[in-house]
Write a protein that binds this ligand. Structure first.
Ligand code: MEV
Length: 311
């Protein structure tokens, strides 16, 4: 059995695909779980009760995400056949909501499968991240690698996508940050949002390079503020980052409403988090304002509001 957490992107989503830095943290209270057990039936049985899925690997459609994970692991361990087994996955992370549900499920399956097969070197964060990235590529087109990194290493990261090897830096948090994570309830495809940004960048490279540069500068300033404990500087940086994401057309009326509501209710800053067009937004609050902002987000239509602290 193995688990992997969800994630939230604090700063720099989308621009991170184009080599600018981004900051992401694990969302440890929402997790994906994979259980691998020896089976009495012949073959490899894949069960995802949340999705109502129960099938044999041999019957899985070619683009089935779970089947892709198993093939990746099989190739990595270089085994011509795998033993009969049952793989059951479940997840508390809502799908298509910017919280890294796909990456978390993949990472949990890779880890559980590596342990089951007795190839525990494949259960290291490096390998889990690498194999998860391969599966992310199948489903998301051009992922930056930040989602698989944060769910596999399960630690806050300052991340820059790079040719040979991504630049991954842990960072210190001088003063705790209290965040609310609010779900619009609108599901949205990362692949479509990332593809739309790419098309716009191709049509208007000067504008989009400038937007990405802006996000990169914000992320660098945010990292400095987190490391020095300058929490007051972070709120305005979130607001600025959200404005740039709006210009990239990845916000939505629901996300904008929750961002405006959070700020009006006393949050120091707020922005969408992840691919956008739906999914989740985050708001930075002081412990005193947490309850008020939490209630305001629910009143404005948030389907769920989580509280998380980066310390
Ligand atoms: C998705 O969680 C974050 C994006 O920047 C895409 C990526 O980095 O692969 C939108």
């Amino acid at each position: 059995m193995a688990t992997a957490p969800g994630k939230i992107i604090l700063f720099g989503e989308h621009a991170v695909v184009y080599g600018r830095p981004a900051i992401a943290i694990p969302l440890t209270q929402l997790r994906a779980t994979a259980v691998v057990a020896s089976a009495t039936q012949p073959g490899i049985r894949l069960i995802a009760p949340d999705l109502g899925q129960d099938m044999l690997l041999s019957d899985a459609p070619p683009d089935d995400p779970l089947a892709a994970v198993i093939r990746q692991v099989q190739t990595a361990v270089n085994l011509p056949t795998l033993p009969d087994m049952t793989i059951t996955v479940s997840s508390q992370i809502p799908v298509a909501s910017g919280l890294g549900s796909g990456a978390a499920i993949t990472a949990a399956v890779v880890r559980a499968l590596a342990e089951f097969l007795g190839v525990s070197h494949l259960a290291t964060p490096e390998w889990v991240s690498t194999l998860t990235y391969e599966v992310e590529k199948i489903h998301h087109g051009t992922p930056s690698g930040i989602d698989n990194t944060v769910v596999a290493y399960e630690m806050p990261v300052y991340f820059i996508r790079q040719q040979r090897q991504n630049h991954i830096e842990p960072f210190t948090v001088a003063r705790p940050l209290h965040l609310l994570v609010a779900d619009t309830g609108v599901r949205s495809s990362t692949k479509i949002a990332v593809g739309d940004v790419r098309r716009q960048w191709q049509e208007n490279p000067v504008k989009f390079e400038a937007l990405f540069d802006g996000c990169g500068r914000i992320t660098q300033a945010a990292r400095a503020a987190i490391e020095t404990g300058d929490v007051a500087a972070l709120g305005p940086l979130m607001v600025e980052n959200h404005a740039l994401l709006q210009e990239m057309t990845v916000s939505s009326p629901e996300l904008d409403r929750l961002v405006t509501t959070a700020i009006a209710a006393g949050a120091s800053g707020a922005k969408l988090s992840g691919a956008g067009r739906g999914g989740n937004m985050i708001a930075l609050v002081t412990p005193e304002m947490e309850t008020v902002v939490h209630a305001a987000l629910l009143a404005a239509g948030a389907k769920r509001v989580l509280i998380t602290t980066l310390a």
